[in-house]
Write a protein that binds this ligand. Structure first.
Ligand code: KIV
Length: 251
């Protein structure tokens, strides 16, 4: 846990909702900070929304570093979380050296799309005092076909699996959990059960905070998920879109 996540933890304790969006460049990052968004994610979604690929699978560590540096130039004190891209997950050594590059570029929280087989890696990074957020539910890095794009935690078995993962990671010492497309009742349960902040996307209203892909909420992504709201519709600026999004989360 570092200062950024300590502040988010305090927000959870005080029942203040946490807002986050993705950004990939200095200008959007600057507007996000002006709109008081609590933290920015440099997501490997950049593979889709910036590079125009069909998925996030081939985003490199160097590309992540480039965009983190751009975002870092746009903010004064908004914490930056960044994805550890799929290509960095080959082994612990590659993962750790990639994490170091990402932190050096300006991120302070590393997000990892979690699979049970990567628990050893998470423990390893935690021992190295890395601040980690684990991404559960729908994990874009591991989508093989459109059948994998669904709400997770709808069956008893799948709900128990996600709850057990969240529990384990909370006890292991990760600083935050991100739930993507998780059944809202399960997301609510997890948010109450664990003491670290739980941030949701497409997982209902009851998580400790919300995250959105910026280009979804201003309506310009190629494929906009059904749960995403277009905050720019009938509004006149990116700033007012982010401000309205922030107010919605806080409510
Ligand atoms: O890469 C990304 O932008 C993400 C969000 C979908 C949370 O992981």
């Amino acid at each position: 846990m570092n200062n950024a996540t300590k502040k988010l933890l305090l927000m959870k304790k005080r029942k203040k909702k946490i807002s986050s969006i993705t950004a990939y460049d200095a200008s959007f990052a600057r507007v996000a900070e002006q709109a008081n968004i609590d933290f920015i994610l440099v997501g490997d979604s950049l593979g889709m929304v910036i590079q125009g690929c069909d998925n996030t699978h081939k985003v490199t560590v160097e590309e992540m570093v480039y965009h983190i540096k751009c975002v870092e130039k746009g903010v004064k004190n908004t914490p930056i979380m960044a994805d550890l891209p799929r290509v960095a997950l080959k082994n612990k050594k590659t993962a750790y050296s990639s994490v170091k590059k990402i932190l050096k570029a300006g991120a302070s929280i590393i997000k990892i799309e979690y699979q049970d087989k990567s628990f050893g890696l998470i423990e390893y990074l935690l021992k190295k005092k890395i601040t980690v957020c684990c991404h559960l539910g729908l994990k874009p890095q591991f989508i093989k076909s459109s059948r994998d794009i669904k709400v997770h935690g709808k069956t008893n078995k799948s709900a128990k699996e996600i709850i057990a993962q969240a529990d384990l990671l909370n006890s292991a010492g990760v600083s935050m959990i991100l739930l993507e497309c998780v059944d809202s009742k399960v997301a609510k349960f997890i948010s109450k059960k664990v003491d670290i902040p739980v941030i949701g996307i497409g997982s209902g209203q009851h998580t400790d905070g919300q995250i959105s892909v910026l280009y979804d909420l201003i309506g310009i992504s190629k494929k906009i998920p059904s749960f995403a709201k277009n905050y720019l519709k009938n509004k006149n600026s990116v700033y007012s879109a982010l401000k309205n999004y922030n107010q919605d989360v806080k409510k």
